[in-house]
Design a protein around this ligand. Sequence first.
Ligand SMILES: *Cc1c(COP(=O)(O)O)cnc(C)c1O
Ligand SMILES: [Zn+2]
Length: 502
Amino acid sequence: MKLQQLPKEIQLDILPSHKGNLQYDCLGCDKEFSIEELLYTCPSCGEVLMIVDKNFDALKETSPEKWRQILDYRKMLNIPAYKGIYRYHEFIGPMLPEKSIVYLGEGHTPIIEANHILQQKVGARFYFKNDGQNPSASFKDRGMASALSYIQYLIQGGFAKEVLSICASTGDTSAAAALYASYLKPHIKSAVLLPHGKVTPQQLSQPLGSGAAVYEIPGVFDDCMKVVEALSENYAVALLNSKNAWRILGQESYSYEIAQDFNYDMKNKVAIVPIGNAGNITAIMNGFMKFYEIGIITELPKIIGVQSKHANPVYQYYQEKDASKRKFESVIVKPSVAQAAMIGNPVSMPRVISLVKKYNYLSKKENVFIAEVAEQEIMDWKLLANQNGHIACTQGGESLAGLVVAKKNGFLTDSDVVVLDSTAHALKFSGFQELYFSETFPTEFEIQSKKELINRPKLVKPASVQKFPSAGHPLEGDDFKAFVEGVSEELASLLGLEKKSY
Ligand SMILES: *Cc1c(COP(=O)(O)O)cnc(C)c1O
Ligand SMILES: [Zn+2]
């Protein structure tokens, strides 16, 4: 729709004009730093940073009702820069001019209600938000669109020239980073570090396909992370891990979309999200709080973070109920099908600790919970979801398993409506499905295949048929007829089909 076709009273406000006053805020020493430089940690104390708009309160000059109108009408505009996460420009990167915004189709992923069979089995009303329907097939594109738009802004403003972007990854960060960096050639080049053998073949194919320099390092993700941290501290590279606070900003769009898709009514809503490096749960909490502070939503939804027993440092931390006694300790991870979340020392832990406190405070009650699930539950629930029309990845299965555990633990009420984050596309993790269906999971996963969930292809090659076609060698005449008849009869018998009576 054209701007001029919108109602007169909305035309003046529909394009973003708030520029904000963005700064890095240190979570350790409270110092502030200018965003004219790409910082990852506090130059003063080394702690992680959050990006804060010091002029955020100016957004309160527009009424909540008007904000909802602006955001809803903005949907109709055909301006690419505002079609993705920057529909929420004022909340994500208000200083970015339209020409700096990189849009590759990220965001606005569908929210799909589970069918009756699945809702009945779980005993709750719930939806999946399919973040696997992003361009590189995971939610990481949200954060990458933000980080790369910012880098493009630095380049256009003359603050940076040639940029080498670098990241450690459990698979999806590198896929997203390589995709966005390749779009911004030649000013940005991309290198990714992966734990050798710890990403799926599909995930490995993604940065390779985008033309990034791909390096495999022995060890697990936490080891790769230490290497890129050392690189970013000592060399001129742009770190694209979620340690980079620009990633967090972009990922806040997930919350804004949920709010908008439920017509800003957050009563009885629950967002369930898997936790790995804890960037996503940080962003989701922060996003909801920003909308709440402006009054765009009038309640904060419940947040439930989920971890596998094989990678559960955040869960362990919150096991101590006395907040003053809590002490963070990293864990040694074990193999997990929620491989993208297989992280023992989450970089965003200080952000989580700080934001959970703030979230509960604003909610005036305990409103953030952490659930722990078994590998078996992750895999069983993922398969069951997919057998009921979803495209959930293993981390999406982790969200669903988390819902079941949350219900058991009394974190939910009967009227709660749940949105599960399926963080990537099922296809990225088809190898785990194959291990399950072929009953070949290595023992350290602690997963037993359940017969009723297994699905295998069956070769149909009836003994009654003499000749079969093959590529380059088609059958003809009676041979072809015999083949079609023999195979279709065998299939009819296998499927229990009845012959038509006419
Ligand atoms: C990165 C990732 C996660 C974990 O998110 P964090 O922000 O690291 O907590 C979960 N699922 C998928 C598919 C991911 O790529
Ligand atoms: Zn500091």
